[in-house]
Design a protein around this ligand. Structure first.
Ligand code: C5P
Length: 303
């Protein structure tokens, strides 16, 4: 089989709350994920043996620390498949930034190698393997506007967002998710869920569904990340002062996003940030897009 080319898209968390810690050490969370139009490109080429990664960005590890490597290895272990692969990575999503760049790459790897190695694994099996690789991977197999509970793998699709642009700020930091979840500054929500969700989560979902996005935006992990890096709190405030309808950190940070109702407004606001990298992104409705060949001809709509 010839090479397979996938784009894997970044996500932000419009809403993220942390509930109790579970027996397996993870926390139950309540979140609303949103895929955005910032993506990496991955080209998978069959190879006799071994897992070989190539990347233009020297910050990206090319060994077992990379989730692409771990996803490929997990598939080999689970199926006994002895085939190899070369993966060329074009990295645009910042690393360890709260944008699920690594999780999206892992999701793309599961789907691409299931085809390339002709493994015939079901979507349910891929989701289960995804969860072994990371809490965000099951969502990254799907994408769009999605509410999620448990570790983030119980997914409830929501309607698409309308008339929304995001300004992303990219502080030059890498933050470990584990550090944030174990921080003494993280105060968990001890409200007991009723019918599967807390009152606060239900209200946020209603606000987001009804187009009152600003009323639904929240991230419980900010207190821990802002205690570690106080400049992140200032950046969030700057987004509000610059005219965003609402702003928050994504995931365990450090990426911050501000919400705007038009592209023009997003451009005006982003232009005010001259001392930090920014992106303007739009909501996107899937995490993975397969392109028709290695040359990168879209086989489906790509923004
Ligand atoms: O699943 P993932 O690899 O992204 O998680 C990284 C770390 O973040 C975990 O080892 C755990 O410490 C913390 N975490 C958590 N509860 C979650 C997700 C992550 O405690 N739902």
């Amino acid at each position: 089989m010839a090479s397979i080319h996938y784009r894997s898209y970044a996500k932000i968390n419009l809403y993220l709350d942390v509930l109790n810690q579970r027996e397996d050490g993870y926390h139950n969370i309540e979140t609303v994920f949103q895929t955005v139009s910032l993506h990496d490109d991955l080209v998978f080429t069959p190879h006799d043996e071994g897992i070989h990664l190539y990347c233009d960005n020297s910050d990206v590890p090319l060994d077992e620390r990379n989730l692409i490597h771990r996803a490929a290895r997990l598939l080999q272990e689970q199926t006994g498949c002895g085939a190899g692969v070369k993966v060329k990575i074009k990295k645009r999503i910042p690393v360890a930034a709260g944008l699920a760049g690594g999780s999206g790459n892992a999701a793309a790897t599961l789907v691409a190698l299931n085809k390339l190695w002709e493994l015939g694994l079901s979507r349910a099996k891929l989701r289960a393997l995804g969860l072994e690789l990371g809490s965000d991977v099951p969502y990254c197999l799907v994408g769009g506007t999605v509410a999620a509970t448990r570790r983030g793998e119980e997914l409830f699709p929501l309607p698409k967002l309308m008339d929304t642009w995001f300004v992303l700020l990219h502080p030059p930091l890498a933050i470990s998710t584990e550090t944030i979840f174990t921080s003494p500054h993280l105060v968990r929500n001890d409200e007991a869920p009723y019918a599967g969700r807390t009152y606060a989560f239900g209200s946020a979902i209603r606000a987001i569904k009804n187009g009152y996005l600003a009323a639904g935006v929240f991230n419980r992990l900010e207190s821990a990340a802002f205690a570690l890096h106080p400049e992140l709190a200032e950046r969030k405030q700057q987004l509000i002062e610059a005219g965003c309808r609402a702003a928050a950190m994504s995931g365990s940070g450090p990426t911050l996003f501000g919400i705007c109702e038009s592209q023009e407004r997003a451009e005006t606001i982003a232009a005010q940030f001259t001392d930090i990298a920014t992106s303007i992104v739009t909501p996107f409705d899937q995490s993975l897009v397969r392109l028709s060949d290695e040359a990168g001809t879209p086989s489906r709509h790509v923004p």
